[in-house]
Write a protein that binds this ligand. Sequence first.
Ligand SMILES: NC(=O)c1ccc[n+]([C@@H]2O[C@H](COP(=O)([O-])OP(=O)(O)OC[C@H]3O[C@@H](n4cnc5c(N)ncnc54)[C@H](OP(=O)(O)O)[C@@H]3O)[C@@H](O)[C@H]2O)c1
Length: 247
Amino acid sequence: MDLGLAGRTFVTTGSSRGLGRAVTDELVAEGANVVIASRDADRAREVATDLGDQAHGVRVDLRDPAAGVELAEEARNRFGALDGALVNHWGPPSGAALEVTDEAVAAALDLGVAAVVRLVRDIGTRLQEGGAMLVVGSVTVREPADALVGSTVSRPGAWAYIKQASRPLGERGVRVNMLLPGAFATERLRELSGGVAGDSAFVRDVPLGRAGRPEEFGRVGAFLLSPMSSYVTGASLVIDGGSSRSL
Ligand SMILES: NC(=O)c1ccc[n+]([C@@H]2O[C@H](COP(=O)([O-])OP(=O)(O)OC[C@H]3O[C@@H](n4cnc5c(N)ncnc54)[C@H](OP(=O)(O)O)[C@@H]3O)[C@@H](O)[C@H]2O)c1
């Protein structure tokens, strides 16, 4: 299926590896241009070189209040347009509810809520009619995870903002959605599982019997950023091999 992404330009944050990289790879494979953001300038350049002429890498820390505006300008300067963005970032600190520190809560809210709000606002208001944004969250929007207190306290806040922002953005013809991953075989999952992503507590209860592959996430992400999902906005989609039990 042709997703209609050829020639469109997207900013993709948290795209140097894992799920963000998987969506970025799929956008490029569909013919889109991408501005890749990483905290490490060399890494951003390496990924862009790997992807070819359709990609441009920049160093950005999403905690910087100017990040969204700078990324939008970078896309316009480099490719002459901006059609959308993937907003992805590092996973909040793990830990149990009664051991969580003030610093861990502050860090989770700083990147997981404040940075997401800024990026959706600052990039979303710079998009033309037909623009699309996608934010990567977690199934913790639907169900608290015992070992992931940072994610449990921050993801629902980001989702609430996206839902609220989807109305005024929708009136401008701009869409915004959230993808809620369960267990995917990335560095993050390996870190959380003590190095054994394939057989950790995170995948034991998955009806499909395994962790997701990043490319399975990438394909759904590219669809939600494409004109093929033109009537989908203000929506959150769980992508977890069937593991969550909430209705
Ligand atoms: N994998 C899973 O099973 C799973 C499940 C549920 C939710 N999630 C969530 O999905 C997201 C992606 O997961 P992942 O497994 O792909 O994670 P990952 O492998 O750890 O990748 C995270 C990405 O975020 C970037 N990043 C981190 N902090 C940043 C900052 N301050 N500014 C800019 N970029 C930043 C990293 O880039 P640089 O280091 O190059 O800056 C990297 O590209 C995370 O939020 C994670 O919590 C993942």
